[in-house]
Design a protein around this ligand. Sequence first.
Ligand SMILES: Nc1nc2c(ncn2[C@@H]2O[C@H](COP(=O)(O)OP(=O)(O)OP(=O)(O)O)[C@@H](O)[C@H]2O)c(=O)[nH]1
Length: 355
Amino acid sequence: MSVSTPRSETAEAPHRAGFACFVGRPNAGKSTLTNALVGRKVAITSNRPQTTRHSVRGIVHRPDAQLILVDTPGLHKPRTLLGERLNDVVRTTWAEVDVIGFCLPADQKIGPGDRFIAKELAGIKKTPKVAVVTKTDLVDSKTLAEQLLAIDALGRELGLEWAEIVPVSAADAQDAADAQDAADGGTPAGAPTPATRPGDDATSPERDARGAGQVSLLADLLVPLLPESPPLYPEGDLTDEPEQVMVAELIREAALEGVRDELPHSIAVVVEEMLPRPDRPADRPLVDIHANVYIERPSQKGIVIGPKGSRLKEVGTKSRKHIEALLGTPVFLDLHVKVAKDWQRDPRQLRKLGF
Ligand SMILES: Nc1nc2c(ncn2[C@@H]2O[C@H](COP(=O)(O)OP(=O)(O)OP(=O)(O)O)[C@@H](O)[C@H]2O)c(=O)[nH]1
């Protein structure tokens, strides 16, 4: 086992560029880690499983390397056509990347779900695998040490050689990314300010440094596993996901909030149109976004819309804040709720909804 410290790269070290993906059980912290590495909210996060449906790439730009992160949905036992397609997306991604980060939360013992993924990983011989122990802020050092040993043992049992085993907490770095988003996009009038825990100072330099430090150590360990290559993306690009897909994801994240128990996987969002409003002065642009929130059954409509439209309004306010931060302009968001009957089981509907 090697729990590493950063290596010092010499000035002559060749430039590297390549793809990494994080795999792991739903809720293992993959999206949060992607955001923390990129320093921005590019992948949606939630405290409920399987919210990431699209392969979102975040790009980490460094003087010595470009690390392109592909965030996949969780691999799971497929029960629907959507489930099968999601698993295919995961496996295809694994075969294409230069390094795989297997995320295992520090606060949960290795379970059957982790073993299932680890076995699949063991079958992929060529790609180096890094075990990333996430959420280390949630455990004491003894629990963390036990987890590191358990991961080492799991690797040996399955013939899976870890290139590294790295403990990471992305929580503080995530706060910093949220704060950065809010600062860049501004908070529209009437919209709630970014959430912080009571007594928490999300922008405290000490917290930022701690989170960012651990996360950049992970980047230091991933970079040497990438091939020598010039940068693959222009500097400044944080993601190549089409903006409309990102916008749809932000709306879906807001729409899921508070109704996940009732509608765990039934919500899909499609941005129908996204255009700059004509005749606006150059210094006061506005982007009009028309999006549909799809549910599976008419009975779910009331849940999403809420009494007198109150929930849908809240979804609009919340997602608009993040969309404005993403696009860097004020946004007029027009949301409609539509029924796409049993869309998860219908290939035609799945295609239409972008799966
Ligand atoms: N305390 C703490 N919480 C974390 C950390 N990383 C992630 N979380 C939380 O864990 C939950 C799940 O994180 P995600 O990043 O959405 O997990 P995921 O693996 O992308 O989940 P899926 O999209 O369902 O596959 C969220 O509530 C995060 O805020 C961490 O380092 N520390």
